[in-house]
Design a protein around this ligand. Structure first.
Ligand SMILES: [Zn+2]
Length: 129
């Protein structure tokens, strides 16, 4: 098992640990085609206000899973490990952009809990002046 101590930041590491541990539980490393691949975290282009831009979301490739059943089982196990504060969604299942999206829902933050990476603010000419 991969464990992340309570005080460790960023919290996206908790998501990564859940992905690894769910895969270990399922023996997925033996049946998956190729490697488990994280395809996005605090990068790439996402929906407006996406949790990715705050460093609270991780995407993982699922196209290389042995079958659809395993994709659903994996998503279920990841959700079980992370609990109600996290959303686990199989996006575009069967489509070209298929992946597992996992995010810490900011609305479920505990009182006083800092939520990661400050939003990336694009510098404007005025801000540089
Ligand atoms: Zn995502």
């Amino acid at each position: 098992m991969l464990k992340v101590a309570n005080q460790v930041r960023p919290k996206s590491l908790v998501i990564v640990a859940a992905l690894v541990n769910a895969a270990l539980e399922m023996g997925l490393f033996k049946t998956i085609h190729g490697d488990m691949l994280i395809t996005s975290a605090l990068d790439g282009e996402h929906k407006r206000n996406s949790a990715h831009y705050s460093g609270l979301a991780v995407d993982m490739r699922t196209k290389n899973f042995p079958g659809v059943k395993e994709k659903h089982e994996f998503a279920f196990r990841v959700k079980q490990r992370l609990g109600e504060r996290y959303d686990v969604i199989l996006e575009d299942l069967g489509g070209p952009n298929e992946h597992l999206h996992v995010e810490l829902d900011p609305s479920h933050a505990r009182a006083g809990e800092p939520l990661e990476v400050p939003r990336v603010v694009k510098r404007t000419a005025a801000a540089r002046a």
